[in-house]
Ligand binder design. Sequence first.
Ligand code: HGA
Length: 610
Amino acid sequence: MCGIVGAVGARNIVPVLIEGLSRLEYRGYDSAGIAVLAGNSIERVRAVGRVAEMQTRAQAQQLTGEVGIGHTRWATHGGVTESNAHPHISRGEIAVVHNGIIENHDQQRQHLQSLGYVFESQTDTEVIAHLIHHHQSQGKSLLEAVQGAVTELTGAFAISVVSIHYPGQMICARQGCPLLIGLGEGENFIASDVSAVLSVTRNVIYLEDGDVADISQSQVVIMDATGAVVERTVHRSDLSLASLELGPYAHFMQKEIYEQPKALTDTLEAIIDDNAFSPALFGREAEEVFAQVDSVLILAAGTSYYAGLTAKYWLESIAQLPTSVEIASEYRYRKSVPNPKQLIVTISQSGETLDTMEALKHAKSLGQNLTLAICNVQESAIPRASKLVLYTRAGAEIGVASTKAFTTQLVALFTLAATLAKQHGRLSTEEEQQYIDGLRHLPGSVQFALNLEPQIREWAKAFSNKFHALFLGRGMHYPIALEGALKLKEISYIHAEAYPAGELKHGPLALVDRNMPVVVIAPNDALLEKVKSNMQEVSARGGELFVFADADSHFTESEHVHVIRTPRHVGVLSPILHTIPVQLLAYHAALLKGTDVDKPRNLAKSVTVE
Ligand code: HGA
């Protein structure tokens, strides 16, 4: 959340900042701004709304500069106003952009006010600007001032700072929020993620927590939390610019839904090529780690949490390992009973989700060191802090509502269950082959499910004029019902809840009437007859049912019972296949409602605040 970009060059870097911000816009889109050094002053442009609005102002103002910083905001402290938009400036000398939350901002504000600093915004960020100014006014260099200020800040942050007294310099610091340096030819950049600098460089250094970097046109010097100069690896990004473009699609969400067959194929490549589930997929130490494991604890947030809930069914039924799944932000603050033999699995698309990262740190502090990360972004913080990693290969996911990241997480988690089962002697050769064949055919079946779009588009009409919807599923399809409800509420703002179908009669049935469409995920599995009974309960109360069944479920359609059939598949992978129609339903309901599908109100991607 919040996107930061910065540049130090020998040319006008304003277009680079603006392009970088439009790439980062998915991280926050309530306001945007840039500031450049212009001789003895700082010139700043800010605007509420999208980057395009700010760009128009920057052009009208003919803003130019060789050193500058930019920001696209997802407000945490202070409303969505121009005065709260970043960059924040202290006494006309220092400009700061910030991603994160400064937890001791109240104390710092009082302290700085007592020193005569006047605040122009309600943000926590403004204290950073004044604090750095205060340090600098005591005779410190810009670098020393930033190093001094960050030791007085608590919370999570990534910042970038420029000062009129240091015209060729930009200082940045990372503590808990992502930040990277892009190395150019005679110019250097910083950004929250690599997409923002791809048009100028592919060579990037990922900062680590505690790092402070001193960046000029010709040099990058990185210091760790102790102030010692450190070498950090230079990575070459292979992310394609095309993957960040919409192409023929209307929205990134639509593009990403349609990319799922390829994303699944890419994620499964190694398994399919080896024709085996091998611990090596998870890292060199995986065989030794998996041998010790007696249970699994999955920590995640949002859609990733629902991937974890699905995995529980696989891990317990296939690998026979007791599995718990916890919301990361709950786990980290409660007293739990540590088990050093438990495999801690964290799931995060960005690999930077703050709640999940902190939950991982908490688990490690309890002596739980058998850690595995399932992430989509290479070199992100969570995999770097984990012993083992399995990267999903979904490619860049820009739409705020996660789609291809979720289905690739599911295949990664299924692979984990099968691999643990095999290593613990609980998977026969026939079962292994059957699962691999199922995975091999999965991208094709997903393609087939995508072909259901015209029917689902029709169904969406019955949702777009409603205020509420109910999603039902049983067993491993219950988490898919949860994901369907989450997708619908995220992007169409229709209030949607999901229940295990058996729970209906324990309360939510009271809500059912003509105005409450009920979506049921009802493939032909051992629970189908039970689900059918629950559907009868809905019909008997005049409810309208929308059923995602499969070829063998044998439903009779009627005026108030609508059925769409998904393709045949290996049963245990059915949750993955049933995700596609619920994604499409949410997408089309949102289109009909006219909401901003890729940038839903109040949300943003890559959740780097608590
Ligand atoms: N706290 C700052 C930055 C918010 C942020 O990083 N969001 O992701 C603000 O409210 O402006």
